[in-house]
Design a binder for this molecule. Structure first.
Ligand SMILES: [Zn+2]
Length: 390
């Protein structure tokens, strides 16, 4: 647990609620360490000034001595604690030692950046333009990692299904609409604030739902952005899509995997929790390629010399098996399970009933799923207050 690798970007804050302890973005910025290493360094930094403190402010020094005992107990694994990494830029990372299986101890939450966070990260040329409706219109709503109580909340309803810094979403979905239904209107570039153009269409994807597709291209800075949003209200039920992949037609099926969907490939014991990969519009083949690329990117730095041979071998073997799915030597199964029913796999037949390799199941969301997306209609403000004053 304590040996997990951690990347703390320069915008990330680390909190240990049990100790009321916080490592701000400025401290240990841009570090690659382990949980133990980060806590040990924090303890050393506090310890370094203790001699001076004992002369100038003995009371504080004594309190810090007591605190250091607790912090070191956490660093050595004697006391259990919660390690919260909050990065508005989404550039930080905590290693999953059980990968590619899910990590039972890790909870990953995505949340929408506040205008203040966007401004702090330099994503807005002029922070006075940070009004939410304008951001929505410019299609720059982003999702980032966090682990704060109830942060996603009721925003589930207007969350994007998928978002990309390219025009691939609009290209993939434009054949579900006719060109005359595409509206064009002026907007503001989310990156450089220049005037730019946004294309938008609303379309009903057969056997899925009504969706809103928006794409912006900025001639001034070259920024591209496309976004897919659900039309209508949140689905009453969750949806599980199972595809029995046997031939090239299956690999070419259109896939919308939303941010709220988990992906399973039982033949590989592969399970990606919801939130992994974000929301993407692709094909079955594209999804496998993206999983492979993402595992390589995330674990790329652990392929270095420091990684022991057996673990390196395990990863290379897994990647080979993943890429083999695309050669269709054996049939395999893709399961996309979406608590908000915002995912879709296209049938290969005109009538979905005739598509024997595609199964759709609707089911009642569990209490935990509702909780994850803030749909339990619970008042969490007292819990949040308790968390904040910890
Ligand atoms: Zn621009």
């Amino acid at each position: 647990m304590l040996n997990r690798q951690v990347v703390k970007s320069e915008s990330a804050t680390i909190k240990i609620p049990e100790l009321d302890f916080e490592i701000p973005p400025e401290a240990q910025r841009g570090s690659l360490s382990t949980i133990e290493g980060i806590l040990t360094r924090a303890a050393e930094a506090l310890e370094a000034l203790q001699e001076e403190r004992r002369k100038a402010d003995p009371k504080t020094a004594e309190a810090i001595d007591e605190f250091l005992v607790k912090l070191r107990a956490c660093a050595s694994g004697e006391s259990p604690f919660t390690f919260v990494l909050d990065d508005p830029a989404g550039n930080s990372f905590i290693e999953n030692p059980y990968a590619p299986s899910p990590d039972p101890a890790l909870l990953l939450k995505f949340y929408e950046r506040t205008p203040e966070q966007q401004a702090a990260l330099g994503y807005l040329a002029d922070s006075s333009q940070s009004g939410e409706p304008q951001q929505e219109a410019a299609g720059t709503v982003n999702h980032t990692d966090e682990e704060l109580h109830g942060a996603v909340g009721a925003k589930a309803g207007r969350r994007a299904i998928a978002q990309a810094n390219t025009s691939e979403i609009v290209e993939a979905l434009c054949r579900y609409t006719s060109p005359e239904e595409v509206m064009t209107f002026p907007s503001t570039c989310g990156t450089c604030a220049a005037r730019c153009e946004t294309r938008m269409f609303v379309t009903n994807i057969p056997y899925f739902k009504e969706v809103i597709v928006m794409a912006s291209t900025c001639d001034a800075c070259g920024y591209r952005n496309s976004e897919l949003k659900p039309g209508g209200s949140i689905s009453e039920k969750a949806k599980r899509i199972t595809v029995h992949v046997k031939n090239i037609n299956d690999l070419n099926r259109d896939v919308i995997k939303s941010d709220s969907a988990s992906v399973k490939i039982p033949e590989l014991d592969l399970e990606l929790a919801s939130g992994t990969l974000g929301g993407i519009v692709t094909t079955v083949e594209g999804l496998v390629t993206k999983i492979s690329e993402s595992l390589e990117r995330v674990h790329g730095f652990t392929f270095g010399d420091s990684l022991d041979e057996s673990r390196k071998g395990k990863w290379q073997d897994f990647r080979t098996r993943l890429n083999k799915l695309l050669s269709l030597e054996e049939p395999w199964t893709l399961i996309i399970d979406d608590a908000l029913a915002n995912s879709f796999v296209a049938p290969v037949t005109d009538n979905i009933q005739d598509d024997s390799q595609l199964t759709l199941e609707e089911y009642e969301r569990t209490w935990e799923q509702n909780e994850e997306f803030g749909l339990n209609d619970m008042d969490t403000s007292s819990a949040d207050a308790a968390y904040n004053t910890n």
